[in-house]
Design a binder for this molecule. Structure first.
Ligand code: 5GP
Length: 191
């Protein structure tokens, strides 16, 4: 059994809080970590690649995997769009003797940490304010008016769950937030 068997890191946040940037930073800094590639039924954006950013699949395939109990957790994160963490993905990473990093939504994060209470580290990335979050999503330019409103409403709701997680990192300055996350992860890897 590997040194990191069943250890995992969950990074969660309201959409637009800077979770992806912090996750990328951690992945580059720690060779012990491997990104857990989720399954998703949405279309790839920009230069996203199948098997790298997500395992993109049809709704039918996803539902079949739900029936066959292939997921650690899954959620319909946005209307009609499924996202989920495959058991096979975590096993693949543990078998390489690395620690999976899950970049997942708040509900999914709560479900995963309930399943790995002793061996998981959960980080909640908190945006400085809902207004700031709205500005960030607008400047990203990937949202329509409707999807922006849906993400902002969802973010306000998700903020209310922050006490459920092991550590909260406020992202008012990305460099500072990355440094704080780095220290937390370093302690966890060594624990
Ligand atoms: P996006 O469509 O912007 O890539 O992701 C939308 C949201 O889905 C993000 O908050 C992302 O963290 C979350 N997400 C990605 N993969 C998973 C997953 O496997 N499970 C859950 N519950 N959420 C996920």
């Amino acid at each position: 059994m590997g040194r990191y068997q069943h250890k995992l890191i969950i990074i969660t946040a309201p959409s637009g809080a800077g979770k992806t940037s912090i996750t990328r930073h951690l992945m580059q800094h720690f060779p012990q970590l491997a990104f857990s590639v989720s399954a998703a039924t949405r279309q790839p954006r920009g230069n996203e690649k199948d098997g790298v950013d997500y395992h993109f699949m049809s709704t039918e395939s996803f539902q079949q995997k739900i029936q066959h109990k292939e997921f650690v957790e899954w959620e319909m994160v946005y209307e009609g769009k499924y996202y989920g963490t495959l058991k096979s993905e975590l096993e693949r990473i543990w078998n390489m003797n690395q620690i999976p990093v899950l970049d997942i939504d708040v509900k999914g994060a709560i479900h995963v940490q309930q399943q790995y209470p002793g061996t998981s580290l959960s980080l909640f990335i908190e945006p400085p304010s809902v207004d700031e979050l709205k500005k960030r999503l607008e400047s990203r330019g990937t949202e329509t008016t409707e999807s922006l409103a849906a993400r902002v409403n969802k973010a306000a709701y998700e903020l209310s769950f922050k006490e459920h997680f092991n550590k909260v990192v406020v992202n008012d300055n990305l460099e500072k937030a990355c440094a704080i996350a780095e220290t937390i992860v370093d302690d966890f890897i060594k624990s």
